[in-house]
Design a protein around this ligand. Sequence first.
Ligand code: SF4
Length: 243
Amino acid sequence: MNVLSIVKKNKLIIIVALAYLAILLFAPDQAILSLKNSMYYVIEMLQIMPVVFLLIVAIEVLVPREVILRSFGENSGIKGNILALLLGSLSAGPIYAAFPISKTLLKKGAGISNIVIILSAWAVVKVPMLANEAKFLGVPFMAVRWVLTVIAIFLMAFITAKIVKKKDLPTDSRQAEELTINREYCIGCELCAKLLPEYYEMEGDKAVVRKSPETKADLPALRNSVEKCPAKAILLTEKEKAS
Ligand code: SF4
C-alpha cells in the first residue's frame, strides 16, 4: 500500500489532525479546550461501543436474515415502518451507536426507508427524550412535536428510499457478493430460474439460489434478475469496489 492510498483511506483523520494543529498554532487555549471535549467523547465511546459491538454480534449470529427481511425489508410495508419507529424510539445510547447497528441491519436485508426511520427516531423521538421534554416543556408541546416529527420522518424515509439505492451504499470490503431469496415473498413465477438457470432453480413452488456469485462479470445479469423479480424476493449484496 503506497503513501497516497494510506492518505486517501485516512483522509478524515488527517484533516482532523491538521485542524487541531492549526488551532494549536493560532489559538492554543482553544486547542486545549477542544482536546478536553474530544477526550470526553472518546471516553464515552469507549464505554458504549463494546456494548454496541456485542449487540451487532448478537444480530449477526442470532437473528436470521429472513426475520430482518420480514420485519424491516423493503417489502415489509407500514408494519416495517412502525417496527423501525419503535426500535429507534425505544433505543438507548447516543446517535453514533445507531450507525453500526443500522449497517448490520442493512447488510441483513433491512430497507433504506426503515433505516432512515430508525436513525431519525433514535435521534429525535427517543422515549427518554420525550419524557424529559414533557417534564420541562409540557405534554401538549411534546405531543405536537412528536406527531409533526414522526410525519417528517416518514416523509424523509420515503424520499430517501426513492433517491438512494442499496448499491449506492458502501459495503464491507471483506464481504463477498451474496445472493439470497426470501422464500416468503417468492410467488413461484419461475422468471429467475428461466433468466439465470445457473444461479436459480425451482424447489417446489419456490425459487432457491444454486450458487453464490462467482465472477464480477455475472453481476449485471444478477442485478437484472433482482430488478425483474416481480415479488422483489431476490437480494444481492455487493462487495465494495476495490479503491
Ligand atoms: S423471479 Fe422472484 S418471484 Fe419469481 S420465482 Fe424468482 S424469486 Fe420467486
